[in-house]
Design a protein around this ligand. Structure first.
Ligand SMILES: Cc1ncc(COP(=O)(O)O)c(C=O)c1O
Length: 443
């Protein structure tokens, strides 16, 4: 295990021991024994998870700092962040180490990119009314960031409406192309496209490589991929995807504690050098990776456990690739089992999801607003011990009768067991047989 040997203040070592066998089921349960056993936790997507071996590594890093902070700062911190960046660079196939910065989370990465857009408006490199394109299903906080940094600076925001349920990538590509056309109407320039890799709600894998290519063909200045859910969940290859900026959290699907994300900034992107961390400290002007590695005195331990995470995932057959594949297969199987039990359907074909899948809920539950979806989620947590996000899809014009308006976003991670999904199935079946509808839940 890559953990700091802090007793004598030495550098944490990463001694490779020969692997005798893969992690066993009981060892997995032990690694996650801090999870509340009364809850079927089928929502890895929101907050991720962190095994106890990684928590213990983090704790040792914290002690190493607290034991002799000056020594830690001078001799360990920079070097260890560099080590984490090197591991991430290799995991995501970036070409150069200086393309990888470590930041707190996808929200921080988004701020870094959009702050640059705002300056381009303020410093008159962009004209008022120049366009930023974003998916309608972009994460709510990212849309707020666009409001704060783009709309306020004079940019026009064009949303790409996406169909849901979705049947094929072609539907997404078609909508994206027509949004670019709208963006360019009246001779406007599209300065930035913000594209999700895996949308949050409803969760769908977006064909980013294809959309980035379209942006290049259509003369979009820059492309930022918000891939908060990607690393550890889906293939992430910077050279293949070809975006200017790409961020992914490591605390969602790569077993890191909160909070850590990487922000990739393509070296050949002309504007890359003009990016700055919003928290300005001593490293200002020394490049984003250095700026991000010191944003004032704080706890950096989440950024230092990346080697311990690598050790953890390598205990599984196939390492992170094996975990990704098994999670995908299992979540699709569980999604199909639930849809069959409830007489509903999945929100996308299996190839358009990764480790999360949307499953239609029985129409008779009467989910008719975002508030109903939230109340049902709370009810499932409080009364049934099931943690799962619920999405409300408004009925389309012409849709009448009992249509599926609610979808559960189920996740699968290594700690999940089939009983977690049976518990959810049985909870919904009980609600249906009790004649429950969301209208019965108080405001
Ligand atoms: C698509 C997407 N973007 C951005 C974020 C923000 O991530 P964080 O809260 O870690 O900054 C999330 C969080 O769930 C997300 O799903």
């Amino acid at each position: 295990m890559a953990s700091p040997t802090h007793q004598n203040g030495d550098v944490p070592t990463n001694n490779k021991k020969p692997k005798l066998s893969f992690i066993t089921d009981s060892e997995i349960q032990e690694e996650f024994s801090h999870h509340d056993p009364s809850v079927a936790r089928i929502n890895n997507g929101s907050f991720g998870c962190c095994p106890s071996s990684v928590i213990s590594s983090q704790h040792q890093w914290q002690l190493l700092n607290l034991r002799q902070p000056d020594h830690f700062y001078v001799n360990h911190l920079k070097k260890s962040i560099l080590h984490s960046r090197t591991i991430i660079k290799n995991l995501v196939n970036a070409q150069h180490l200086d393309e990888i910065s470590i930041v707190d989370n996808a929200s921080t990465a988004t701020t870094i990119v959009l702050q640059q857009t705002a300056w381009s408006f303020h410093e008159a490199r962009f004209n008022k009314g120049d366009v930023v394109v974003v998916l309608h299903y972009a994460y709510g906080a990212v849309k707020k960031s666009i409001e704060a940094y783009v709309a306020r600076a004079g940019g026009k925001v064009i949303e790409v409406p996406l169909p849901f349920p979705v049947k094929s990538n072609d539907e997404i590509v078609r909508e994206f192309r027509s949004a670019l056309e709208r963006g360019r109407s009246g001779g406007k320039r599209i300065r930035l496209a913000v594209i999700d890799h895996v949308t949050s709600m409803p969760s769908v894998v977006i064909p980013v490589k294809e959309l980035v290519k379209i942006c290049r063909e259509e003369g979009v200045d820059q492309v930022f991929v918000d891939a908060a859910h990607a690393i550890g969940c889906i293939d992430v290859d910077m050279q293949e995807i070809g975006a200017d900026f790409y961020t992914s959290n490591l605390h969602k699907w790569l077993f890191c504690p909160p909070s850590i994300a990487f922000l990739y900034t393509r070296r050949s992107s002309s504007k890359g050098s003009d990016l700055h961390h919003p928290v300005v400290s001593h490293e200002y002007g020394n490049g984003l990776a250095s700026e991000s590695a010191w944003i004032g005195n704080r706890d950096y331990s989440a950024q230092l456990v990346v080697p311990a995470v690598l050790d953890f995932v390598n205990r599984f057959e196939g390492g992170i690739e094996g975990i990704k594949k098994r999670n995908h297969d299992a979540v699709v199987e569980m999604g199909e089992m639930l849809a069959a039990a409830w007489g509903t359907h999945l929100g996308s074909p299996p190839e358009m999801c990764a480790s999360m899948v949307m499953v239609g809920l029985p129409a008779c539950l009467g989910i008719s607003s975002d508030s109903d979806a939230m109340k049902l989620r709370t009810h499932l947590r409080d009364d049934f011990g099931v943690e799962v996000p619920i999405y409300f899809r408004p009925p389309r014009d012409g849709e009448v009768g009992l249509v599926v308006t609610g979808y559960a976003r189920i996740s699968h991670q290594v700690y999940n067991r089939v009983d977690d999904y049976y518990k959810f199935r049985d909870a919904v079946n009980q609600l249906v047989s009790d004649g429950f509808t969301c209208a019965l839940l108080s405001k």
